[in-house]
Design a protein. Sequence first.
Length: 453
Amino acid sequence: MITTEQLYPIYLQHPVISTDTRKIGSDSLFFALKGDKFNANTFAKQAIEAGAAYAVIDDPEYQLGEQYLLVADVLATLQDLARHHRRQLTIPIIGLTGTNGKTTTKELINAVLSQHYKTQATQGNLNNHIGVPLTILSINATHEVAVIEMGANHQKEIELLCSISQPSHGLITNVGKAHLEGFGGIEGVKKGKGELYDYLGSAGSGLHDAGVAFINSDDAVLMKMAADRGLSNVVYYGSNTRSNLISGEIIENAPLLTIQWTNSKTNESYQVKTQLTGAYNLYNILVAISIGTYFNLTSMEINAGIEGYQPKNNRSQIVETTTNTLICDYYNANPSSMAVAIENIGKIDAKRKVLILGDMFELGEESPAEHALVFQKAMDTPVDERVFIGKDFSAAATKTMGHEPWTMDEKTTRFYATAEDAIAGLRKDPIKNSTVLIKGSRGMALERLVELF
């Protein structure tokens, strides 16, 4: 069997990694990963025939020649190879995790830093035990800084991803109610996300000024998590000027945000118009500005990065139709992200506002209570119409009826059991001339509603 040390020079000669035979890169290394329903060892020969230089396998039955590199475990080898590669790198690596806003924040940081540096960043949301090593292995000698997103739905996952990416700098966007079933409740989420602080507190990778944490000083949960760990190498950002490197506020939300921010070192203030909606994005923007400032970018470079970033993948994405303005935020949903999205539409300057909310998944035993809380928040928020989709929101409405000060008007509050039912109902009674928030868990597939507006 080949060791990681023996595999590394082969990787340097063939640094393009492939894990899917449908997307084989010429002269690449194919890693035959296993899944619950597939064993890519069976595709090793196909990968070689498609142009891969070598196939890394862990089943000797498929070792058909010198191009087939046998290891004990392909996934563990991929992760070990990434760790080994990371140890050879001397560039800053910024790791980030959090309940909400990870991908948007990663993209904002990358948009800012790329104004001055050659960057590499996690592609899309490939932020798991496979995506993180693949991103690390995509870093080459031309890159000057990297931004690595880390996701998790169980404890110890961030610890694993930190061991692979070895971030020199890092941040947690926030800690909220998501993947409660896997984490074992909100305290489990805090512990799981806090594994990044644990890593940074142990001086990170020992490179550069390693172990620097960027922390939102307005977030009491993050501040306590940092204090409990005795983090000392900290850069703060927030809404006030006290102790923060960067402070800022929203000066327009209609629905795109305009931010005013201040650099405490120079006491100079700037405005930046963004292509983002959602007051909750203020802190995502401020941390990107803080990191740009920390890495010595000019205010012009920072603002260019923020202004140029356009959200995609249905994360707080604005879509203008003939008759409506849509806030497409249906990539995923949890109680925390639902709450801030609902609050935001209540604050937006718009003539007519509509909420369309789909069920939230992976909440375990907390699901009924959390749907009831979100439902109540939606009913209490000043909008003109509400549409709830899914059995959990219907159950929440039934549970809270008669216990709240509001009453439901069938003309302004609709319930549909499924997205298909909602499509039929909205076709029959369409929504027009409105600003519409569409938000729900990925499994609800609410993107199907967009064509109705």
